[in-house]
Ligand binder design. Structure first.
Ligand code: SF4
Length: 242
């Protein structure tokens, strides 16, 4: 099974535990206003790669995965290519390497998506906006599929991290955090970690290079202290729910 690989990173540390081999697959159904990898969005492009070929390459890094590391499938949206991801997951699991899925949940649950999620060691799911109207406005899609994936992960008892990018002027206050928590309700009890990420401007140059309009041009990066304050607020609220 082949899938279009946008890029690979052999010593990633952000998307999961330990040292990770990150595979970014090409194509994404969402159009997040704050996307810092817009070049991964088009469905065309990427390097068609056989699962077996990718697995063979990853196995060279096996020793680095000791201590909780492994492989992370990201994108773009990795669950656009569930059969490819599953083939890699099964082959890697047979050699003692676990895989994480770093997903926006944009793709509807199908048998193939369920199988890829079931075969993963953990899921890192973006909850981008706290309601349908803002998903439509800032993400260019619906909240329904991400919530369905969240519920599926909880039902399966999957190791689960949630992530939200905090953007100045859009969702950067305690009131917005309360809205995310209201949306999630009791679901947060089944989540291992809910991480806020700071909006940054490192992707701005990519919009220029692509000749695309940058929807957030002029928006400043989120202040790190503000992020820490909001993360503390969120963590405290979750603690009281547990
Ligand atoms: S889901 Fe990720 S890759 Fe897709 S548009 Fe949003 S930020 Fe970009």
């Amino acid at each position: 099974m082949k899938a279009p690989v946008h890029s690979e990173e052999s010593f990633a540390t952000l998307d999961g535990t330990g040292i990770r081999y990150a595979v970014f697959l090409q194509g994404c159904p969402f159009r997040c206003a704050y996307c810092h990898n817009p070049d991964t969005q088009p469905f065309a492009g990427g390097t068609p790669t056989e699962a077996a070929e990718l697995v063979k390459k990853i196995l060279r890094y096996k020793t680095y995965f000791k201590g909780g590391g492994g492989v992370t499938f990201s994108g773009g949206e990795p669950l656009l290519h569930p059969e490819f991801v599953l083939e890699c997951e099964v082959a890697l699991a047979a050699r003692g390497i676990g895989c994480a899925l770093d997903t926006s949940g944009a793709v509807a649950l199908s048998d193939a998506v369920r199988a890829a999620v079931d075969a993963s060691e953990m899921v890192i799911l973006d909850i981008k906006m706290p309601d349908e109207a803002r998903y439509e406005k800032y993400v260019g899609g619906s909240i329904k599929n991400p919530l369905a994936l969240l519920d599926f992960c909880l039902e399966r008892g999957k190791r689960l991290w949630l992530r939200t990018v905090v953007v100045p002027g859009i969702n950067d206050g305690a009131a917005a955090i309360d809205e995310y928590l209201a949306l999630l309700g009791e679901r947060v009890k089944g989540v291992e970690k809910y991480e806020l990420l700071a909006f940054h401007t490192l992707g701005f140059a990519k919009y220029e290079k692509l000749g695309w309009e940058n929807p957030l041009k002029g928006t400043p990066a989120l202040d790190k202290e503000k992020l820490a304050r909001l993360q503390n607020y969120l963590d405290e609220k979750i603690r009281t729910k547990r």
